[in-house]
Design a protein around this ligand. Structure first.
Ligand code: ADP
Ligand code: MG
Length: 254
């Protein structure tokens, strides 16, 4: 098992979590460097979403260490505090303000936990405006700024939500199955977007689509029954006997 480097941003060591006797996360150890783009794969029920729940404070571990950078013990903080520290999470289904424009959605996210109306009736500074347009440009929605979010395509909604996360400038971004339900072209664009964000942010992407994984992955972690089965490049994990047996092999047969 690898050791954390001096530049790690996230550390999970010997983490366990059971739900009513069912062990969803079992002795999980996972290290990630600052600026890394890591892809986590694994069969359904492997514990991928639970791992994100543990990092974000949505779920508490039964035992083990979860640290953000060198000094911050995440197991002692609330979901809100962890978010404020710079951990942003994108869930599988997009949740945007459908009745508001794309621009307003980013604005609302930038403004943080204020009411929709107090934000939209406040004065927008030119600095905020630049920042919103900057984020829209990054996620490729510059030309959609005035469009009602509810009228965007599924892929565009996903990018908007990534933009809403970026508005808060998280140092760690957690993205759960961003390509689900996307067309091939949207999937490829999402891959380019995530690649462009790596380095500036540290990113964990959970994904099933192996074409997409191949496009974006440098290092892949394979989870199986709540435990890290192996880590390495896409080629390394795809040719690993344990992975073929437990995951890829099973998937091929179905
Ligand atoms: P994945 O995202 O890899 O598909 P999950 O992390 O969602 O897997 O789930 C791992 C296992 O933990 C599953 O068997 C799931 O049913 C169980 N699980 C996850 N969250 C809960 C919960 N809040 N209560 C009970 N069981 C849960
Ligand atoms: Mg999941």
């Amino acid at each position: 098992m690898s050791l954390p480097t001096p530049e790690f941003i996230l550390l999970l060591e010997n983490v366990n979590k059971s739900f009513e006797g069912f062990c969803a996360i079992r002795d999980l150890t996972f290290y990630m460097d600052v600026g890394e783009l890591r892809v986590v794969i694994g069969p359904n029920g492997a514990g991928k979403s639970t791992m994100l729940d543990l990092i974000t404070g949505r779920t508490r571990p039964d035992s083990g260490k979860i640290e953000f950078g060198k000094d911050t013990d995440l197991t002692r903080l609330s979901e809100f505090e962890i978010n404020r520290l710079g951990v942003g999470r994108k869930f599988q289904t997009p949740s945007v303000y459908s009745d508001h424009t794309v621009f307003e959605n980013i604005w609302l996210s930038l403004a943080g936990p204020r009411s929709v109306w107090s934000t939209l009736f406040s004065r927008l500074t030119s600095e905020q405006r630049d920042r919103i347009h900057g984020v829209l440009k990054i996620v490729g929605l510059g030309a959609r700024a005035g469009r009602q979010a509810g009228h965007l395509s599924h892929g565009e909604k996903q990018w908007l939500e990534i933009g809403m996360l970026l508005a808060q400038d998280p140092s760690l971004l957690l993205v759960d199955e961003p390509a689900a339900g996307m067309s091939d072209e949207e999937t490829a664009r999402t891959g380019e977007l995530l690649l462009s964000l790596a380095g500036k942010h540290s990113i964990i992407v959970i994904e099933h689509d192996m074409t997409f994984v191949r496009q974006i992955a440098r290092k892949v972690t394979v989870l199986h029954q709540g435990h890290v089965l192996c880590e390495g490049t896409v080629d390394q994990v795809q040719s690993d006997e344990r992975v073929i047996e437990s995951y890829l092999g099973r998937k091929k047969r179905t």
